[in-house]
Write a protein that binds this ligand. Structure first.
Ligand SMILES: [Zn+2]
Length: 116
């Protein structure tokens, strides 16, 4: 369950930023996560609920996730295409030599906080 590690790292980062900004509490956090990260949304939510309880600033905050569809470029013919986690073969020429352009994101997009 690597979601625990992901959530733990993000909570640390957000909590520190919120504290530095003098926030009273964090209301919501938006993440962008590529499908190639193989994050299970339910597990991520569960980990968030459990771990955010331990931090006064994070308690009760809402986690929002923007999923990013994987996209690759074919190294044989140059075609760019979207795909899922399991099928990365070029739809134009059938080559398996591809380069991933998007889909491994793991970023904090934004956070909403209450300020005094
Ligand atoms: Zn191709």
């Amino acid at each position: 369950m690597h979601e625990l590690g992901i959530v733990s790292g993000i909570l640390d980062t957000v909590s520190r930023a919120a504290r530095d900004a003098g926030a009273l509490r964090v209301v919501a956090v938006t993440l962008r996560i590529g499908d190639m990260r193989e994050v299970v949304p339910e597990t991520l939510d569960f980990a968030w609920d459990v771990l955010s309880e331990d931090d006064e600033l994070m308690r009760g905050s809402v986690l929002r996730v923007e999923a990013v569809r994987p996209r690759s470029r074919c190294l044989s013919c140059g075609e760019e295409f979207e795909h899922d986690r399991f099928h990365v073969r070029c739809p134009a020429c059938g080559s398996a030599e591809t380069h991933l352009l998007a889909g491994r994101e793991l970023e904090i997009v934004s956070m909403e906080v209450d300020l005094p």
